[in-house]
Ligand binder design. Structure first.
Ligand SMILES: NC(=O)c1ccc[n+]([C@@H]2O[C@H](COP(=O)([O-])OP(=O)(O)OC[C@H]3O[C@@H](n4cnc5c(N)ncnc54)[C@H](OP(=O)(O)O)[C@@H]3O)[C@@H](O)[C@H]2O)c1
Length: 353
């Protein structure tokens, strides 16, 4: 049985690959050209996770790579090699994505929507009936701020804050259409914000909290006008604002385990989330301590106060969100997040290192 993986070299993909290798799966890494071959990047990551020589040797024998161009209709392979690939794949994890909040809609669509369309085309072209494990995101809920987002719902009526969200929505919609119209087999995962408490390391791509911290750092360095007074910043945060953060290690485990147990009765969408949101005040206070800045929060900013939302527009929306996510489908498989480690200020402080 051959499991193909796109995005294997990314933050989440590396953890998925680790889980798949631990189960003895034979992997075909569908990676874009990069100076370091994908298996070398996987190996460096496994080493950083503490893998011993025997595990690394086993991993090496279980991985091969095909270089692809996701944006091309034949994945940059030409018809013949595309067909050959299509005939080999039993399972495909589609995890590649353009995740920058700063991407234009055109850029985000090219990778996330066109890329998904080309992956679906590959899966339809082969002589097998492969299973697609599609990595979507809770971001498909778009600009919705409140209530419980259900696993059965894919709704664009709230609009979108970023092209990233819109492209993830459109990509997931393509997958559902493919299942309905072409009889494709798919399971969709919608993770929330994935992080790790392991410190930054060259073999580990950055996670969203580290990306946010970098941007905050830039603002603090180059835009001191964002401080309300020396060493103090004030953010507008409504009562109850919260966000959903989950350790990537649990997310990858739960996703691979759920996919391994896939049957024709498996629900099509799984939220991969923490049953408990993190209060935004806790996250903001931890970020403040990280940078040695006192952060006050207020429901409304007094007139004339510097507004950090102007400096970080892609993140501004998250200051007013309190939505939560249904997570019944993983829970029914016994794969809901058990709450350990707790995502508290100690965990968040480690995640920011
Ligand atoms: N991280 C989260 O918190 C989170 C939450 C929800 C959903 N997700 C979803 O999870 C997936 C992975 O996210 P991530 O955080 O792991 O992102 P990441 O660290 O940026 O990894 C992205 C992966 O996609 C590959 N990729 C990007 N553009 C590509 C292209 N044009 N052609 C081929 N491969 C391409 C990258 O390859 P290179 O290594 O060559 O750059 C990398 O392997 C995305 O679909 C994202 O929407 C992530």
């Amino acid at each position: 049985m051959l499991t193909a993986v796109t995005g294997a070299t990314g933050f989440l993909g590396l953890h998925l690959v680790r889980e798949l290798l631990a189960r003895g799966r034979r992997l075909l890494l569908l990676a874009r050209p990069h100076p370091l071959p994908a298996p070398v990047r996987v190996e460096r990551f496994l080493r950083a996770c503490g893998a011993d020589e025997d595990e690394l040797r086993a991993a090496r024998t279980h991985m091969e790579t095909v270089e692809i161009v996701l944006e091309d209709g034949f994945l940059g392979l030409g018809r013949v090699a595309f067909q050959r690939l299509a005939d080999r794949v039993d399972v495909l994890w589609h995890c590649a994505g353009h995740i920058s909040f700063a991407a234009t809609l055109r850029q985000a669509r090219r990778t996330n929507v066109d890329g998904t369309r080309h992956v679906l085309r590959l899966l339809s072209a082969g002589e097998r009936t492969p299973l697609l494990c599609h990595v979507s995101s809770v971001a498909v809920a778009g600009a919705r701020t409140r209530g419980v987002v259900e696993e059965t719902v894919l709704d664009d009526s709230f609009g979108f804050n970023t092209p990233y969200e819109q492209s993830k929505f459109e990509a997931e919609a393509l997958v559902h259409r493919w299942v309905a119209q072409h009889g494709g087999r798919a399971v969709v995962f919608r993770p929330s914000g994935l992080v790790t408490h392991h410190p930054a390391h060259p073999a580990r791509p950055r996670h969203p909290l580290q990306v946010l911290a970098r941007q905050v750092d830039t603002v603090l360095r180059h835009d001191p006008g964002m401080l309300t007074s020396p060493g103090t910043m004030t953010l507008p945060v409504p009562p109850g604002a919260s966000t959903n953060i989950l350790p990537v290690e649990h997310a990858a485990y739960a996703m691979v385990e759920a996919a391994e147990r896939h049957t024709s009765r498996t629900p099509p969408v799984h939220h991969v989330v923490n049953p408990r949101n993190v209060p935004l005040t806790e996250l903001i206070a931890t970020l403040g301590r990280h940078f040695g800045v006192r952060v006050d929060t207020a429901e409304h900013l007094p007139a004339g106060q510097p507004d950090v939302r102007r400096a970080l527009p892609a993140y501004a929306y998250w200051l007013s969100v309190s939505r939560t996510y249904e997570d019944g489908n993983l829970a029914r498989l016994g794969l809901a997040y058990p709450g350990r480690p707790a995502i508290d200020r100690h965990y968040l402080a480690s995640a920011l290192r």
